[in-house]
Design a protein around this ligand. Structure first.
Ligand code: SRM
Ligand code: SF4
Length: 516
């Protein structure tokens, strides 16, 4: 590595941890960790390096780890879902799973003594959790209806897999990319509605034609952090699909070797682009690639509002449909996971898809199977026609499991939206996002109304509260929202949300039904 690497004496804590021992090195020590137990482990290994294997120590639930998988493009098989269900089932009430805002799955309750067996089982199931946390490239997102959407421009699945294979060495781990300056997000859009939130990724590929040839315009540097949120900017580059993997590799190497490392709050790709300017950044990437890049196409093909894929939709394959199920705040229990796997087998082709709104899609359902599928009892819980308010609710993990959290999110978000539903009529969905702290995992800046957890003083006491964001626009012409109100105690939030929904989103108070 060259560039701006700080000297050993000035390395911050995370750079020190990485320079002492590569995160992936813990792979060879898993049996040992399982034997000695989490209390006896070196803290650097337990609290940090295990995240290179996707295994997260949870200070909120010590001894019960979280496992973050990689589900490229959000596509998994019923068999894979069943394997994951068996893993969390073993942990009884402690075991569950969350669909994440990166079209991915996280498992809870994992015990260290089971880790060798779990890692082997997910490997045999064709899954991996490698490099899914810390300074690595995170789950690569793609259009959730790739290959089945009648209007798609490009089926992103294979390309997403190729990029993941490059970065993870086909799931085994790849030390070329295990010491990036910071986390890194990549998204590939193949449809016209930007269903991957291209604007908030470090690299985003968005469909664009050049002389009638299909390819992608490239956006770079999008990110959220507690210190700063920035929408991705054009790199002024256009690539064909078969150039995508090499471009990702070149950008990652440039970022690895030149990205800023001294201050973790200024280490994401955008900070390097700020320092260099986009022209120098592009020139460095070209030098790494060994060739010049084609300038961006004049216009891209993101011309639709964002779809949420909930409901029943005809596929491009005649006689087949995809069915989008609403999973409230993405929370799944083992029984739900077994049931989803069964529904995919019985009514579809044994495949499931995940979305960045934390929902599930069952593809390939023949017309004749639709009616019996819609009668299944799981669809009472995971509706295909949720009410407009629940429909677009997204929430990060919050204080139940996350030690950064300033507030509880998922349960509160659900309870509040359920109350609002009884009190308001909403003509259309309102995208409400909750995030437990300024790290913004729940993306309040992309929401119609976003809640960011904070602590507030009320009546002489510190209570859980939120800063409210508005103005997030997704799909075509995506824009980030901004903070419009600060420090609202959660207990005072309902009337404020009601007013915002009435004033800005056409909601109206439900008229009370007279009771004799
Ligand atoms: Fe996140 C850290 C959960 C998507 C920005 N995020 C964390 C940690 C690992 C903190 C921790 O160790 O406790 C959280 C784990 C809590 C837990 O037990 O679940 C966590 N992030 C999540 C998830 C699960 C939220 C969710 O409920 O869906 C998402 C997992 C995605 C995945 O499958 O990989 C998740 N995180 C995001 C996103 C959204 C996105 O990618 O579209 C962002 C903002 C976008 C971005 O990264 O630019 C995000 N997470 C962060 C940050 C701030 C990063 C920064 O540059 O400062 C942190 C803190 C950090 O990295 O230091 C963080
Ligand atoms: Fe945890 Fe904060 Fe991310 Fe929510 S936003 S998961 S509270 S780090």
């Amino acid at each position: 590595m060259t560039g701006t690497l700080p000297s050993a004496a000035t390395l911050n804590k995370f750079e020190k941890i990485k320079s002492e021992k590569d995160g992936l090195a813990v792979k060879a020590e898993i049996d040992h960790f399982a034997q000695i137990g989490w209390e006896a482990m070196d803290e650097g290994d337990r609290d940090y390096r295990l995240k290179w294997l996707g295994v997260f120590f949870r200070p909120v639930t010590p001894g019960k780890f979280m496992m973050r998988l990689r589900i490229p493009n959000g596509v998994l098989s019923s068999e894979q879902m069943r394997t994951l269900a068996e893993i969390v089932q073993r942990y009884g009430d402690d075991g569950n799973a969350d669909i994440t805002t990166r079209q991915n799955l996280q498992l809870r309750g994992i015990r260290l003594e089971d880790l060798p067996d779990i890692l082997e089982r997910i490997r045999q199931a064709g899954l991996t959790s490698v490099q899914s946390g810390m300074d690595n490239v995170r789950n690569i997102t793609g259009s959730p209806v790739a290959g089945i959407d009648a209007d798609e421009l490009f089926d992103t699945r294979e390309l997403v897999n190729q990029v993941q294979d490059l970065i993870t060495n086909k799931g085994e781990g790849n030390s070329t990319f295990t010491n990036l300056p910071r986390k890194f997000n990549i998204a590939i859009a193949g449809c016209r509605d930007n269903s991957v939130h291209a604007e908030i990724n470090d690299i985003a590929f968005i469909p664009a034609y050049q002389n009638e040839v299909f390819g992608f315009n490239v956006l770079v540097g999008g990110f959220f952090s507690a210190k700063r949120c920035a929408a991705a900017i054009p790199m002024d580059v256009w690539v064909t699909p078969d150039e995508v993997v090499a471009l990702c590799e070149a950008i990652l190497i440039v970022y690895r070797d030149h990205g800023l490392r001294a201050n973790r709050q200024k280490a994401r790709l955008m900070w390097l682009i700020d320092e260099w300017g986009v022209d120098k950044f592009r020139a460095e990437v070209e030098q790494q690639l060994g060739r010049s890049l084609t300038k961006a196409a004049a216009k891209d093909e993101i011309v639709w509002d964002k779809r949420d894929h909930i409901g029943v939709y005809a596929q491009k394959q005649a006689g087949l449909n995809y069915v989008g199920l609403h999973v409230p705040v993405g929370r799944l229990y083992a029984t739900d996971m077994f049931d989803l796997a069964r529904l995919a087998d019985v009514y579809g082709s044994g495949e499931l898809r995940l979305t960045v709104e934390q929902n599930v899609v069952i593809p390939h359902v023949p017309d004749a199977h639709l009616e019996p599928l819609l009668q299944e009892s799981l669809l009472q819980k995971f509706s295909v026609a949720p009410s407009p308010l629940s429909r677009s609710l997204v929430s990060c993990t919050g204080s139940q499991f996350c030690n950064f959290a300033l507030i509880e999110t998922k349960n509160r978000a659900l309870a509040l939206i359920t109350e609002l539903e009884t009190e308001l009529d909403c003509p259309k969905p309102i995208r409400v996002h909750w995030t437990g702290c300024p790290n913004s995992c729940g993306q309040p800046q992309v929401a119609d109304i976003g809640m960011m957890g904070t602590k507030v003083r009320k009546d002489g006491k510190t209570v859980e509260g939120v800063d409210i964001y508005m103005g997030g626009k997704v799909g075509k012409d995506a824009e980030l929202g901004s903070c419009v109100m600060k420090g609202i105690p959660c207990e005072d939030l309902k009337p404020i949300l009601k007013d915002l929904m009435i004033e800005h989103f056409g909601a109206s108070p439900r008229t009370a039904v007279a009771v004799d």
